[in-house]
Design a protein around this ligand. Structure first.
Ligand code: AMP
Length: 172
């Protein structure tokens, strides 16, 4: 199954910086039948979990989170890069290989105890998904787990994601 879906990805070497092989999801998005199959398969991975909201990570995570939220009849919340969300926000900064980054969520997005599943296109080192999960916990909600289209297993990103099960459709 994963071999089939991996054909919807395109490797772009040395993007955005030298040595990185970027997993481009554009071929998947250009193929409505495959995209539907991917969303159906991701939905199967998480449908038995107790979830109140899906949290999509800016920006490709939004694509998967929105489609999954619609299919599973769940609310979708955006974790955005700084300065993009209106109103009061809660922020979480995290370390990158060079420098740092920040994610923000609107402060009224969750109620205490809500179960939130974090969604992104690619799990690499895990820092981004971990920051999203830390934000959820900071807001008094619970991380129910994580789901990704692609997992770069050789980077061991899962190690940082302790708060719930980590699901992915295509593993490298
Ligand atoms: P990380 O925090 O290292 O797990 O990086 C995850 C974030 O960076 C996700 O939002 C991905 O979309 C993006 N990302 C990291 N590495 C890649 C890659 N090789 N191909 C595509 N996206 C990537």
């Amino acid at each position: 199954m994963s071999e089939d879906f991996s054909s919807c990805l395109r490797d772009i070497p040395d993007f955005p910086s030298p040595g990185i092989i970027f997993k481009d999801i554009s071929p998947l998005l250009a193929n409505p039948q495959k995209f539907t199959e991917v969303i159906d398969a991701m939905a199967k991975l998480i449908e038995n979990q107790e979830i109140d909201y899906l949290l999509g990570i800016d920006s490709r995570g939004f694509i998967f989170a929105t489609a999954l939220a619609q299919k599973l009849n769940l609310g979708m919340v955006m974790a955005r890069k700084p300065g993009k969300l209106p109103g009061k926000v809660v922020s979480q900064s995290y370390d990158l290989e060079y420098g740092s980054a920040t994610l923000e969520i609107q402060e009224d997005a969750f109620n205490a105890g809500d179960r939130v599943l974090v969604i992104d296109d690619v799990l690499a080192t895990g820092g981004t998904a971990r920051a999203a999960s830390d934000l959820v916990e900071k807001m008094g909600a619970k991380t129910a787990g994580y789901a990704f289209f692609v997992e770069l297993s050789f980077l061991n990103g899962k190690q940082l994601l302790e708060s719930g099960p980590v699901h992915s459709l295509v593993k490298f």
